[in-house]
Design a protein around this ligand. Structure first.
Ligand code: FES
Length: 188
């Protein structure tokens, strides 16, 4: 195997419409970026099943980064809000299966934010380097099975809709409010 200088294995699930464009913009602008990230393009961050993240980490990935459109910019309206709920739940379960929750992150990056993408990926990669390589886990199949059960039991796929007299409406508590958004942005 050629040495590509990729000492750490970090998987990035990027939404096609925003974050993939942001990563591309960073490349076109020739920003210096870490080379540890392997990008998997997905149609929307809402397509990222929490089990994808868990399987990657249990299979030896040192970190997983999920990136999608900013709230209210999702091309499928609410895919990123759906992703946020499921991925937050996953984050809480990671320590239970013996994985440092710092090895997983999700961020919002638009197609025009090449410099933001560079900053996000650099920050996350630095964190993974400080955590070191992920320890080898025993009985990964059993752990995955248990996690799948826990996520299922905790409503990992919440119903974001309710019916009223005017038809199906988004559930108020399923939406991401500006306060949540600020919290996410401030935390980055
Ligand atoms: Fe980008 Fe939904 S299309 S997060």
């Amino acid at each position: 195997m050629p040495d590509l200088g990729r000492d750490y294995r970090i998987i990035g699930f990027l939404c096609n419409w925003c974050s993939y464009g942001g990563a591309d913009a960073a490349g076109v602008a020739r920003f210096n970026q870490p080379t540890d990230l392997r990008i998997i393009r997905v149609p929307c961050s809402g397509r990222v099943d929490p089990m994808f993240v868990a399987k990657a980490l249990l299979s030896g990935a040192d970190g997983v980064l999920v990136s999608g459109c900013h709230p209210r910019d999702c091309h499928y309206t609410e895919g990123n809000l759906y992703a946020r709920r499921r991925l937050e739940l996953l984050r809480r379960f990671l320590p239970i299966i013996g994985i440092d929750e710092g090895r997983f992150e999700y961020v919002w990056v638009s197609a025009s934010e090449g410099s933001r993408w560079r900053d996000m990926v650099t920050k996350f990669t630095d964190k993974i380097h400080s955590l070191g390589h992920i320890p080898r886990m025993a009985e990964t199949a059993r752990t995955l099975c248990a996690l799948e059960g826990m996520l299922g039991a905790s409503s990992a796929q919440p119903d974001m809709w309710h019916a009223d007299a005017s038809g199906r409406q988004p559930r108020h508590d399923a939406l991401l409010h500006m306060d949540d958004y600020k919290e996410v942005m401030d935390g980055e």
